[in-house]
Design a protein around this ligand. Structure first.
Ligand code: PMP
Length: 388
């Protein structure tokens, strides 16, 4: 008898179970039943009444869906308004909104490279960047993490080649920042473009949360492109690419995830726009998120845990094994604290971690509760000391 076509999925499931890497979906209730340090809602805006009201108003005015691709019927005045305000806030000439940050990365990497061009990509880059490189048909050189010298050396080995260098601004696994100044210098020296995914920098880094490129003095550069998600600090959904107007015009004409994808839903556009305006009016939010991260890190490392010093709002605490990380996260949850749990294959170095989000709206009491819970449930075997 021939095998059924999906019998191999059982083998895969057994392999995952043996390695402690099973993933399951756990729907969350509408009313939070735990203290949430697992989401990417860095500024606590997802449930902000002004933001949800803006989402509802946009849906009522423009409809529940965008109705078509951006080039056909899917562009509303609200999309154009968000693009203008995002570009101005972050210091770029122009912006283009996508249905997700994932789609924005695929767009930038595929439309700005070509068969025969070169992409130099940090080994710790997000999966959407990895997939963008794969789809691009360019030659991709993966370089060691946060290593501008390795980037320069790679560019040097390909003189005269059209090239772009791509990096997360803040790496989602460890929460460390990319050496953007060094990367920009390497790009400038070799005529390469710099593409920075600022998913974890917008709203947290730069003046008033204008992002990592603002912080590095690189926003608006003629050779610089930023990609964003609207789903973290802005508490909504969607993505964007920011850059020189001619680059954005090119994306409108060439980026397949723009041309062949339904536009971002009006409710998400309205929510993102309201969050952006709120952020503009409350520049202290970004500082607050960074302060909460620094406090969490200081308290946990003082108690003996190993955590990378956070450059933004992600605090990553090492666990001795994938199984220990899963158990640790489950024990936290049982005690009323939701934390992220990163395991292979989501971690490039194979080290499992708890991942904490330092939300700007956490109170001092909530921070104390979170620290106490993490310490009480910590696995008995300490991970090796951090190099930082
Ligand atoms: N880039 C980075 C660094 C991310 O962390 C994420 C989201 N996890 C994305 C891109 C994708 O963004 P979105 O969720 O909006 O598709």
């Amino acid at each position: 008898m021939p095998q059924a076509p999906f019998d191999w999925t059982d083998t895969e499931a057994r392999r995952r179970a043996d390695a402690g890497l099973v993933r399951t979906l756990r729907p969350r209730p509408a009313e939070p039943d735990v203290l949430d340090l697992a989401s990417n809602d860095y500024l606590g805006l997802t449930h902000h009444p002004d933001i949800t009201a803006a989402a509802a108003a946009a849906a009522r005015r423009w409809g529940a869906g965008a109705t078509g691709s951006r080039l056909v019927t899917g562009t509303t005045e609200l999309h154009a308004e968000l693009e203008r305000e995002l570009a101005a806030f972050c210091g770029f000439e122009a912006a283009l909104v996508f249905s997700s940050g994932y789609a924005a990365n695929l767009a930038a990497l595929t439309a700005l490279s070509a068969h025969g061009s070169l992409i130099v990509s940090d080994a710790g880059n997000h999966a959407s960047i990895v997939d963008g490189c794969r789809l691009s048909r360019a030659e991709t050189a993966v370089v060691p993490h946060a290593d501008p010298a390795a980037v320069a050396k790679t560019l040097e080995a390909h003189p005269g080649r059209r090239a772009l260098v791509v990096s997360d601004s803040v790496f989602s696994v460890d929460g460390d920042a990319a050496p953007l100044g060094g990367l920009a210098a390497a790009c400038r020296a070799h005529g390469a473009a710099l593409v920075v995914d600022d998913a974890h920098g917008l709203g947290v880094l730069g003046e008033g949360g204008r992002g990592a490129l603002d912080a590095a003095g690189l926003a608006g550069g003629a050779d610089v492109v930023a990609t964003l998600t609207l789903s973290k600090s802005l508490g909504s959904q969607g993505g964007a690419v920011l850059g020189p107007a001619r680059v954005i015009d090119h994306l409108v004409n060439a980026a397949r995830t723009f041309i062949f994808d339904t536009g971002l839903a009006p409710a998400a556009v309205g929510a993102a726009l309201a969050s952006l305006r709120l952020l503009r009016g409350e520049p202290g939010l970004a500082v607050r998120a960074r302060t909460v991260a620094a406090t969490l890190h200081a308290r946990l490392t003082a108690a003996g845990l190993t955590a990378v010093r956070p450059d933004a709002a992600v605090v990553s605490v090492r666990a001795p094994s994938p199984e220990a990380a899963v158990r640790w996260a489950a024990d936290c949850r049982a005690e009323g604290l939701a934390v992220g749990c990163f395991r292979p294959p989501s971690v490039p170095d194979g080290i499992s971690r708890l991942r904490l989000t330092a939300r700007a709206d956490l109170t001092a009491d909530q921070i104390e509760t979170a620290v106490a819970t993490i310490l009480r449930t910590a696995p008995p075997v300490s991970p090796p000391p951090s190099e930082r």
